[in-house]
Design a protein around this ligand. Structure first.
Ligand SMILES: CC(C)(COP(=O)(O)OP(=O)(O)OC[C@H]1O[C@@H](n2cnc3c(N)ncnc32)[C@H](O)[C@@H]1OP(=O)(O)O)[C@@H](O)C(=O)NCCC(=O)NCCS
Length: 186
């Protein structure tokens, strides 16, 4: 294990590191199957844009990105990010990508969202976590719901993917809803 920060028996979260930019992570963002329902995948990925993203989050107090790493083989399978952290409103947004497609459908996204949410509520003193997913991104919506998030509305035609406009499903989880519940762990 390399710099583990938050742990389950199966995977850990650690800070994204510069070396990760040259791993499979680069190609995840070029894969149209992976980025189909995301804001990525519109232009070819470049080392420059990844480095800018990495540098800005590395210095940021409002955004932090974690690598999701399987303990077996120390395999980096995806990233989960905490974004737009607001220390007055005590809120933040979560974004996630499982880039290794053979790892889809194994509960990793739901468990990573759950693990990060727990940290947000129990250590960062957050009150509200939010997320958004294209209405067709059933896996993402389900993963957030499994981790305890509820649908709270839609942003109409917020995305253009697969040749048409799609609504964004907005989800959120409040600290009061989190307490005493068992969410999405594996
Ligand atoms: C969306 C994504 C994060 C889901 O990750 P995952 O690890 O496969 O999700 P989980 O295994 O935790 O699955 C959560 C639930 O969704 C279901 N699910 C996952 N993918 C699904 C799909 N394509 N269609 C229908 N259901 C799906 C799972 O079966 C599970 O539900 P269940 O426990 O009731 O069976 C992953 O597919 C991914 O990274 N996709 C590309 C990037 C992306 O879309 N990111 C999200 C942007 S908002």
């Amino acid at each position: 294990m390399h710099h583990p920060f938050l742990n389950t028996n199966i995977f850990y979260l650690r800070r994204l590191e510069k070396e990760d930019l040259e791993s499979n992570y680069f190609q995840w963002l070029n894969d149209q199957n992976i980025t189909k329902w995301m804001r990525h995948g519109i232009f070819p990925n470049s080392y420059e844009s990844m480095k800018n993203f990495y540098d800005s989050q590395a210095m940021s107090k409002t955004d932090v990105v974690f690598a999701i790493v399987l303990k077996e083989q120390d395999r980096h399978i995806g990233n989960i990010g905490l974004h737009s952290i607001n220390y007055v409103f005590r809120s933040a947004e979560i974004g996630i990508i499982i880039g290794e497609t053979d790892c889809w459908g194994k509960g990793y996204a739901a468990a990573a969202i759950s693990l990060l949410s727990e940290h947000c509520f129990s250590r960062l003193n957050m009150n509200r976590l939010a997320a958004g997913a294209v209405d067709k991104n059933i896996g993402s919506i389900r993963a957030f719901e499994k981790a305890g998030f509820s649908r709270e509305g839609i942003s109409r035609q917020a995305y253009f993917c697969e040749g048409q406009y799609h609504d964004c499903v907005n989800l959120s989880l409040l600290h009061s809803e989190w307490l005493g519940k068992d969410h999405g762990s594996i």
